[in-house]
Write a protein that binds this ligand. Sequence first.
Ligand SMILES: *Cc1c(COP(=O)(O)O)cnc(C)c1O
Length: 338
Amino acid sequence: MIDLRSDTVTRPTDAMRAAMASAEVGDDVFGDDPTVNLLQDTVAERLGKEAALFVSSGTQSNLCALLAHCGRGDEYIVGDMAHAYRWEGGGAAVLGGIQPQPIPMHADGLIDPDIVDASVKPDDHHFARTRLLCLENTKDGHVQSVDRMREATLVGRKHNLSIHLDGARMWNGVVALGISAEEFTSEFDTVSMCLSKGLGAPVGSVLSGPAELIHEAHKWRKMTGGAMRQAGVLAAAGLHALDHHVERLADDHANAARLAEGLGNIDGITVVDQATNMVFIEVDGDEPTLQDQLLERGVQTMITTGPRRSLARLVCHLDVSKDEVETTIRTFSELVAG
Ligand SMILES: *Cc1c(COP(=O)(O)O)cnc(C)c1O
């Protein structure tokens, strides 16, 4: 099966499973798990931050960050299509009394610095207190350069906002830009990154930032049920991923570019977008059975069918080889063309 639904569908490799099996562990609630501690120290060091915290998911990571930065009645400025606003169940509002101030987000993840500037509330009893600016990079595969991120973060700094990066797929950005993780995240106080997406670990994200904020986030992780015990088994997968699966993201980016090229040559398919490991396509016509037909031929996708066209996001990852990209292109062309 060639599964293109997401880069979260990867299975741990044999080498990763071996690393997990031989991990030294302890009770992480006591701070005793050496592998968790090593993962946290490794991420903090690579991102040039003081401290880091291993958490269960990207959602928990963003939530703990928001709860650590903001109090009840505070607000955060965030893109209206950002994961930390739109796709996380409103957790900051539900659990923290934190109000989001969504602002328009361009398809490539950029938010306009002027709109950030205009969205910061004055110090006045009518308003929530604007505390935090939250950016996302990469967004739908798109990478923003450090300079572009800085345009927004500088406005945040001008207003004394704290700044958080939802960098669930930051390693794709780091590899695409060919810069260090430290440079990529240098403008941010806190950074959330996923180990369970393109990096191929089965579970986990890491939140990094100033020691004081990570200390606070640790309390919120406990409160949200995220304290884990012999979590070194999972952290070992994360460490393995950081050491072996970062540079190879370039292969996923090349595979996605080839997939876009190949699908773009098929009559009836339009490539709407391609960046890093993601390809977005439109298929002409009403194709309610296309997803099932692809599945029967071993290509797993998630296709949203509409009256005149169908849409799909196809994601390349560790478990999709160069040959499988060619198979995918052939399969689409058999089913769609003509
Ligand atoms: C996937 C994702 C998250 C959430 O991660 P989960 O581990 O699925 O909770 C957060 N932000 C972005 C940008 C993501 O893509």
